[in-house]
Write a protein that binds this ligand. Structure first.
Ligand code: PSV
Ligand code: MN
Length: 390
């Protein structure tokens, strides 16, 4: 059998870059228990060192997303130099307005101008960090909303959000962008101030060209047709970034492609269809995951490989034949073309391609065979592990 991955597909795959989140390497858990693990990083520098392993073995993760204040350091210039020395860049800066007492009833939407000021200033500080790190995107996810009908004036909150975002947006310069993430629930359960892509779209559209929507795959109700949202946002020129992960029930932040690889395939098919894999793609691909019970570095390697694999399968779709079948109303032929691409196993071709580029054919195995894990377990023993919120 001939190669299924054509030179054109391989050129597209070569461009695929997936940011990894610093918080995936620190300790994380549930509200029931956070398990410590040997070798867990003690600071942002060590998180970046771990992330660099993922890129070294896969060639897929050239940037590390940071979370402020979790990854706050005295000198972001030196953190950047550290990252560059390990072959990676610093990526998206994630703000945090969900851990201070003042934010109990909101941050960018809060009724009290003093609280809003604090939250806006935090975002401005994040843009200062971006200036030092060279990051392109400021990602805003808001833990704001209410628990009971009547508790809050939803309309007033939306207006205040708009004012706050305008002030943050005005601080951006050059190539910097703002991406607004939506989530339909949690920590508020009655209403969330940015619950869906429509609200995020309405808010960012009012700001300007450099404000876009962030789509976190775990932030939808079960059964949502996420690829439709991908299509629509690309069509509107407003899909700025992905937070990839998998969910079984809620915002489970599990390994992307593990719960429903076919959904990931369908998403990547729409990304490809909408120009999201082109040279000038507007999309920053990122993981937003935690590894509570599995090895964190291997969990991240598995994740970027899953995205690569489903992207490759999505690129197998014969677009000419598919369009023909669609236009002639041949429902089952169209579905066959789509499904055949999904069912095509290209794992060994991908492995050979990796080897041809000087990468290990099996990056999981290569990490297991290396002494990196045992080295960090020895070197980092006795230190205070960085964890979710640390
Ligand atoms: C909380 O749901 C969350 O996972 C959001 O998806 C953010 O992107 C992430 O935390 C980091 O703040
Ligand atoms: Mn997210």
């Amino acid at each position: 059998m001939g190669a299924k991955l054509t030179p054109e597909i391989l050129t597209t795959l070569e461009r695929l870059a997936i940011e990894v989140p610093s918080w995936a390497y620190g300790n994380s858990g549930t509200r029931f228990k956070v398990f410590g693990t040997p070798g867990t990083p003690r600071d942002a520098y060590e998180k970046i060192a771990d992330a660099a392993q993922v890129n070294r073995l896969t060639g897929l993760a050239p940037a590390v997303a940071l979370h402020i204040p979790w990854d706050k350091v005295a000198d972001f210039g030196s953190l950047r130099a550290h990252a560059n020395g390990l072959g990676v860049e610093l990526g998206t800066i994630n703000s945090n307005t969900f851990q201070d007492d003042e934010y109990k009833f909101g941050a960018l939407t809060h009724e009290d101008p003093k609280v809003r000021r604090k939250a806006i200033d935090h975002h401005i500080e994040c843009v200062d960090v971006m200036d030092a790190t060279g990051s392109q995107d400021l990602k805003i996810w808001l833990a704001e909303g209410s628990n009971y009908p009547g508790q809050a004036d939803m309309r007033g909150r939306q207006d205040r959000l708009s004012d706050s975002l305008s002030e943050i947006y005005a601080r951006l310069t050059g190539e910097q962008r703002l991406v607004l993430e939506y989530k339909f629930f949690e920590p508020s359960f009655y209403h969330t101030d940015v619950p869906d892509w429509g609200t995020s779209y309405a808010q960012v559209a009012a700001l300007g060209e450099r404000a876009l929507v962030c789509l976190d795959t775990g932030h939808h109700a079960p059964g949502t047709n996420i690829e439709f949202i991908v299509m629509q946002l690309l069509r509107l020129g407003k899909l700025g970034s992905f937070d990839f992960n998998s969910r079984f029930y809620a915002d489970d932040d599990l390994i992307v492609g593990s719960a429903d690889p076919y959904q990931l395939f369908r998403i990547m098919a729409e990304v490809a269809r909408g120009g999201g894999l082109d040279v000038d793609t507007p999309i920053t691909f990122m993981l937003d995951q935690c590894h509570n019970v599995e090895n964190k570095i291997l969990g991240q390697i598995r994740s970027v490989l899953n995205v690569q694999e489903m992207t490759a399968r999505a690129l197998l779709i014969d677009r000419v034949a598919l369009t023909e079948a669609q236009l002639s109303g041949d429902v089952l032929a169209a579905n066959d073309i789509f499904m055949n691409s999904f069912y095509t196993d290209i794992r060994s071709e991908l492995a050979s391609w990796r080897e041809s580029r000087g990468l290990p054919g099996d990056p999981m195995e290569a990490f297991r065979a290396s002494d990196y894990q045992s080295r960090i377990e020895a070197e980092r023993a006795g230190g205070v592990q960085a964890g979710w919120g640390a």
